[in-house]
Write a protein that binds this ligand. Structure first.
Ligand SMILES: *Cc1c(COP(=O)(O)O)cnc(C)c1O
Ligand SMILES: [Zn+2]
Length: 435
């Protein structure tokens, strides 16, 4: 079966050619997903092939995304693909974090090791490959975060013009700096996020820009490889839980789809359970799972959290994510700003480090083990989504006791580590260090 785009809505399921430039179902407005037939090779052959590619010097084989291209058959050929060697992220065991989370063992899959420092790279290499195949010369997103950093890098590397639209007066400088450095034309519009999205959609059609926003189904395809690579690294032993932060819920959708596809092809025998963690001030998906009616998500109008990567009030991929959490027997938890900040410091002390949104995972694990939802001896992989250097300002403020939650309450530096000023005196410093 050739690849197609399919509407995700069960009552519609309309199909469209894979080369149609659409972002939602033209018939019902539903989310789109890429569908295709099974790979020709049986499961064991795929596992051997993927393992062998790790020893190859061919750029596509060195990519932790395109190495698994049998699961990305939306392209008819792979010649034009641009890779920055995304993926290839480690599984890191963390004893102190395990203890803090109430577990005997805990392993982090650290997506912050990606070329631009977040898992957005896993998806963006695929989104840009589709833009190239469609003959587009410009790509765009509305973002001040990791999406714009990643899109700028991949599209520039591919010779496309990246255009980043940002809401006026609402800038995260750290990540925006990457977008500027990677050559994105950056337009600050005097409007809110939704208004800009409408504007960009109009422009996209009028002057031929390909949109690489969260609803782009090809980005989701690329993010599937995070789970493929994790299973490959674990020699296909299925964990009990995969824990991840939830913002727009694209990653939750991608992980669920990947795991189901692996199970359906016999690569794994069962599904791990997904645990999605949201910040308390931006937890519409948490609320949805507790609502009597799950047919409609109620958006949070003013989402609030210092974990800006998950400060999302109206997550676009919630229908897919709901399906995947349900299929996997998963759960959704929410955590406070204090819990995120402390968990992040613990991950730092393990020598690992991550950005604030990523630390929601460990904070969520601590709550879920305390509640008995996750067993102490469970086999758990937590996905750290972004690099520690994405948000240095947050770090410095936490350790010096100057970090404030969006509502103005002071975050306690429970695991703080502030620099001390000392005189130029060897005896005094020696005494201080021997304490
Ligand atoms: C984008 C992002 C998230 C949120 O992922 P979704 O797919 O939108 O749920 C979490 N952490 C980091 C670091 C991100 O960049
Ligand atoms: Zn539809």
């Amino acid at each position: 079966m050739p690849a197609e785009l399919a509407c995700f809505e069960e009552r519609c399921r309309a199909r469209y050619p894979i080369t149609e430039v659409i972002y939602n179902c033209p018939r019902c407005g539903g989310l789109l997903e890429a569908v295709y037939g099974k790979p020709a090779q049986p499961a064991e052959e795929l596992k051997t092939l993927w393992r062998a590619r790790r020893g190859s010097n061919a750029p596509l084989d060195q990519s932790g995304v395109w190495r698994y291209r049998e699961f990305l058959p939306f392209l008819s050929e792979y010649q034009g693909v641009v890779t920055l060697r995304e993926g290839n992220t480690p599984l890191l065991e963390a004893r102190q974090a395990a203890r803090y989370g109430g577990l005997e063992r805990l392993v982090f899959k650290h997506q912050g090791f990606n070329p631009t420092g977040s898992f957005k790279d896993n998806g963006m290499t695929c989104g840009v490959a589709q833009a190239l195949r469609l003959g587009m010369t410009r790509v765009a997103c509305v973002s001040t975060g990791n999406t714009s950093a990643s899109m700028a890098a991949y599209s520039s590397a591919a010779g496309l013009q990246p255009v980043v639209f940002i809401p006026h007066g609402n800038i995260a400088y750290g990540k925006l700096a990457q977008a500027l450095e990677y050559g994105a034309r950056t337009l600050q519009v005097e409007a809110n996020f939704d208004q800009i999205l409408a504007l960009v959609r109009q422009l996209a059609e009028r002057i031929g820009i390909y949109l690489l926003n969260s609803m782009n189904p090809f980005r989701i395809e690329g993010q599937k490889t995070i789970m493929l690579e994790m299973m490959d690294q674990r020699d296909w032993r299925v964990p009990d839980w995969v824990v991840l932060p939830g913002g727009n819920l694209g990653n939750t959708s991608a992980f669920g789809k990947a795991l189901r596809e692996m199970r359906d092809l016999g690569l794994i025998g069962r599904l791990p359970r997904l645990a999605v963690i949201q910040a308390e001030g931006a937890a519409p998906f948490y609320d949805l799972l507790r609502a009597p009616d799950r047919s409609r998500l109620i958006a949070v109008e003013h989402p609030q959290t210092l974990a800006t990567a998950i400060r999302i009030g109206d997550p676009v991929s919630w229908p897919k994510a709901l399906y995947e959490v349900t299929c996997s027997g998963g759960v959704v938890e929410k955590v406070t700003e204090q819990e995120i900040a402390d968990a992040k410091a613990i991950i730092g002390r393990c020598g690992i480090g991550c950005e604030p949104a990523s630390a929601a995972t460990l904070a969520g694990i601590r709550k879920l083990t305390a509640a008995g939802t996750i067993a102490r001896d469970a086999d758990v992989v937590a996905v750290l989504t972004g690099n520690v250097l994405k948000d240095p300002d947050y770090i410095y403020r936490y350790h010096t006791g100057a970090l404030e939650a969006p509502d103005g309450t002071r975050i306690m530096p429970n695991f703080g580590n502030s620099p001390k000023v000392v005189p130029n005196d060897a005896d005094l410093i020696a005494g201080l260090l021997s304490q």
